[in-house]
Design a protein around this ligand. Sequence first.
Ligand SMILES: Cc1cc2nc3c(=O)[nH]c(=O)nc-3n(C[C@H](O)[C@H](O)[C@H](O)COP(=O)(O)OP(=O)(O)OC[C@H]3O[C@@H](n4cnc5c(N)ncnc54)[C@H](O)[C@@H]3O)c2cc1C
Length: 799
Amino acid sequence: MSYLPVLGLLLLSVALLYQGRAFLSWVLPLGIAFIYWRVSPDSWGTGTAGLFAIYALCVIVFGVPLIRRLVLTRNILPAMATIFPKMSETERVALEAGTVWWDADLFSGRPDFQKLLDFQVAPTSAEERSFLENECEELCRMLDPWQIHNDRDLPPNVWDFIKSKGFMGLIIPTEYGGKGFSAQATSEIIAKVSSRSVSAAVTVMVPNSLGPAELLLHYGTQEQRDHYLPRLADGRDIPAFALTEPNAGSDAGAMTSYGIVCKGQWEGEEVLGMRLTWNKRYITLAPVATLLGLAFKLRDPDGLLGDEEDLDITCALIPTDTPGVVHDRQHDPLGVPFFNGPTSGEDVFVPLEFIIGGAERAGHGWRMLMDCLSAGRGVSLPGMSGGGSQAITRGVGAYASIREQFGIPIGQFEGIQEPLARIGGLTYVINASRTLTAGAVDAGEKPAVISAIVKAYLTESMRVVINDAMDITGGAGICLGPRNILAQAYHAMPISITVEGANILTRNMIIFGQGAIRCHPYAFEEMSAAWDRDVPRFDRALFGHVGSVFSTFVRASVLGATCARLATPPLPGPTATHFRQLSRMSAAFNLCSEVSMATLGGSLKFRERLTARLADALSWMYLSSATLKRFVDEGQTERDRAFMEWGCAHAHHEIQQALMELLDNLPNRFLGRMLKIKLFPWWSRVQPPSDHLSAKLAKALLDDGEARRHLTNGIHIPGPEDLGLGRLEAALDRAVQARAPRKKVKDAQRAGELPRSDELDILDEAVSQGVLNEIERDLIIDAAKSRDDAVQVDDFERS
Ligand SMILES: Cc1cc2nc3c(=O)[nH]c(=O)nc-3n(C[C@H](O)[C@H](O)[C@H](O)COP(=O)(O)OP(=O)(O)OC[C@H]3O[C@@H](n4cnc5c(N)ncnc54)[C@H](O)[C@@H]3O)c2cc1C
């Protein structure tokens, strides 16, 4: 017989696999072969018939669950149960915390972009917008970063304003006297305040982030909520949350602070309580806190609560005026003026009702913390990165436009355009991801993996932004003083990198570790079924998984070979290519993670260089999808197109680099090389943003055009009396107005109508020769004065 039909069937099978129909792709060829044999029995040679007989046997063994379980699954399960990594209870709780959302689609290799585009990011309410435009703007106007730097604290009137206007209770519901604002509004408030002052932003951020209020809202008893929430909302109580210890930093579960359940005297009566001993450090607001959230391990050696002696991590609220609470010292976090310090206590007795949620929540602390972190981490630091990057974009764009060297604005040099474009592009991506994530939190998600992604990658992107900005501004970024627009963000950068899960740990361990288990469609089910020795469940998960791997292999290879041309985008137009590439990257990522897990098993947990690259790929996929969604949601305007294209090109190149490096370093060298050729053949590799695109972005930041204003929308822009951003804005405004008259002078010089001397020296001559009118001359003079003033740096009396 001809082998053409066999080839046809094979192609059909591949097409079905590409569509994700693994089972059908195995069964259908068999059915068609059977019909073919019935119609034309003579055309079958023994070879072909034998081949199909083996194929049929495989389909029966793999495809009929009952036979498969008996023949295969029962024997595979015991071996697999030993391969899957064992987890401590602490690790398990951390991995199970929060919810899974769009990250699961990206992980699956087959993201449903329509689902993302249909997701509505809830807009801020009229009340929230009014707060942003009034109270928040007023707070920003009251803040003088240089004065705060010198005084090492916010002025008393600012503290009063923050408390009385409800900044401490943004997330506390209105029935408890708080603002009851959404995550989106909270994020925008933090962004706006941080565009003016990092110290004020941290002070506002901490009470609205993981801490007493958040824990009380989710787990507090009614009595605790009624008592504390109104006091926290109006600033009568200043909260701090103490988890970190000298020997328990990233590994917070290793804490040694402890409580012993016992009876003791409280307000003249004998009550059931606990004796607490703790030693915590790095605690934000601790030196000024009136209410300390404390995490410790609770023990009940006398069985006063039940049979269990070690009750595990517990969270309690301790008023700091309780005898024995020490919080009178402070750290100096890189000179950034906000309160942070150690706290300790020895045998401090408090009643059991001080446990958040009461005695029945004893031992539930770790789960409570991990759950709250899953949402909170996605709001606060992304908000700070969003506002910070916007303020830098605004200031550095202006600086590069007015600062002239070699006779032209430095922003026109290609060398400056490269970092300038990175600043603009990353600012677009950061704020797209910040908004999408806050939207997810408002929709009720506690997106554990996504919040880790935005915490780590938005702060890292902000670090790139601030470093680029320092390079562009040269000495003006280095000399401290009221004119310096970068120093406070530069000093504060390592703090964002370190807190709420240090970035190296988050990138290397948490994102893929949690993603692989939570987002993977089968891994968690396989593991738990194997540990439970549940054959039917394990069978369903394992063979669903096998089918999905075959299908992803085909899809990733086809998309790799065709440069993603066969992927279907959800929309036509400028986003189509990028959606296609993202589909391809998702399939490649899924296959790479499957191969890493299959070849390394439990030891993948310790191969952090590999899991970090998988985290890079997953994270940049999220950032790219947020960028695309922002562009679509904002009407796909020409104004933003270059920013979207830069963001996607940068993200897809990062993903490709991460996956190629992963494959280069896979211990199974053959598999690594083979997959690299399949997924990223030389003809279809994605390129980083082109020089042309970067120049386009940089130019958009140099003029005070619509794109620049839209990109920095929502931040505080100080008036011209402000020596930093205010003066730069004013100088840019004048520089733009003087641009056309200056060009006339240059053209006249080139034509030999005016001497080639300094522009300012020939202005009167230009007027007398009719090159300029007097208004134009004054515009040039004003712009020069303004420019001269804005590029000055501060100097001080020698000390
Ligand atoms: C300004 C500031 C404010 C803070 N505010 C608070 C607060 O209010 N409350 C509170 O409880 N804590 C607070 N912290 C503590 C903060 O959460 C910790 O600093 C952080 O968890 C890291 O702990 P560590 O500093 O001890 O570093 P370590 O845990 O010693 O880590 C050092 C480095 O090792 C890396 N690392 C650790 N384990 C791994 C791993 N398995 N794989 C790869 N890399 C790893 C980390 O990423 C980090 O880069 C604050 C810290 C600072 C600096």
